[in-house]
Design a protein around this ligand. Structure first.
Ligand SMILES: C[S@@+](CC[C@H](N)C(=O)[O-])C[C@H]1O[C@@H](n2cnc3c(N)ncnc32)[C@H](O)[C@@H]1O
Length: 298
């Protein structure tokens, strides 16, 4: 663990590239944003998702971002205003939020549930502050699926290296969850986190954005490649090296094998990035980023 606020490695403006604008408009229609007056974004970080949602709300609505890290609340509050929709932030924990029951018409989160010890408890708390008829909107990835799709299809990746990399990631993800730091592939479990006595009209979709790593084809791929490069240099699987070791061991990995495995995963990750950055290789990459919408029962 470092002294940096939570998710310091991951909160970059590449987040503004995560969604297609027309998909967001469809999402706003499906989740009935026109009826929203008061919205809440939980685990708001620096406010990337809070502002994205704010831009989709009707004029006169407002949105609050609640976030555990005071530093992120400070930074988020300095971001440019969203026309017609006041955006504010406050410090608070997702497990016990400083809001009365039934305060909001829309309660959302993005990449929060993959980081909490008890995502079911957080979803219960999000449901508590939702008014009857209001919408819960959960946006969370299955991160190991992204690694599978990225590596399995790369002919330059040796099959044994591929299996070693995925085994290592699966162990680390399990270990991270066992240590109470969240399950990185929790997107796959969203529907199991709901209380069917409290919500109905449950629908689950996938974010339709694919990143295209090919010269001149995608507005975001350069930014995302730069982000991937930075993360990989921190640790082979995008966590700090200390965290990776801790997660690996907690997930049942043999500590004596750790350095060798890191070197192997680093080699394939760097080779992939070198190919994409130089333009020798191109790739379209999906991953599974789930979007669950449910209605609070009356
Ligand atoms: C990966 S970031 C996502 C930030 C933001 N939702 C976005 O998509 O840009 C996860 C955020 O959740 C916050 N967080 C983690 N656990 C939390 C908790 N129990 N209560 C409130 N915030 C929490 C972290 O501090 C971090 O800012």
């Amino acid at each position: 663990m470092t002294d940096e606020p939570h998710s310091a490695l991951y909160l970059t403006d590449a987040r503004d590239l995560w969604w297609n604008a027309d998909f967001l408009a469809l999402l706003a229609r499906r989740a009935d944003f026109t009826s929203v007056r008061h919205a809440l974004d939980v685990g708001a970080g620096q406010g990337h998702w809070t502002r994205t949602v704010a831009r989709l709300l009707p004029k006169g609505a407002s949105i609050v971002g609640v976030e555990r890290e005071p530093r992120w609340v400070e930074l988020a509050a300095r971001a440019p205003a969203v026309d017609g929709v006041p955006v504010s932030y406050q410090v608070g924990g997702a497990e016990r939020m400083p809001f009365a029951d039934a305060s909001f018409d829309l309660v959302t989160c993005q990449t929060l549930l993959i980081h909490v010890a008890d995502p079911r408890a957080v979803v219960a708390e999000m449901t508590r502050v939702l008014r009857p008829g209001g919408r819960l909107l959960l946006c969370e990835p299955n991160n190991i699926a992204a690694s599978v799709s990225r590596l399995v299809t790369s002919p330059s990746v040796d099959v044994d290296d591929l299996v070693a990399a995925l085994t290592m990631q699966a162990r680390c993800e399990r270990g991270k969850a066992a240590l109470g730091r969240g399950f990185d592939s929790a997107g796959e479990t969203l529907v199991s986190l709901l209380d069917p006595a409290l919500v109905d009209d449950v629908q689950v979709w996938l974010n339709d954005r694919c990143t295209v790593y090919a010269p001149g084809t995608d507005r975001g791929s350069r930014t995302e490649l730069a982000d991937d490069r930075r993360l990989i240099e921190v640790g082979p699987l995008g966590w700090s090296l200390d965290d990776t070791r801790r997660y690996f061991v907690a997930g049942g990995g043999d500590e004596a094998a750790f350095d060798g495995l890191c070197a192997r995963v680093w080699r394939i990750a760097r080779a992939r990035l070198d190919g994409l950055v130089s333009g020798r290789a191109s790739q379209n990459e999906g991953g599974l980023f789930y979007v669950l919408c449910a209605r609070r029962r009356a």
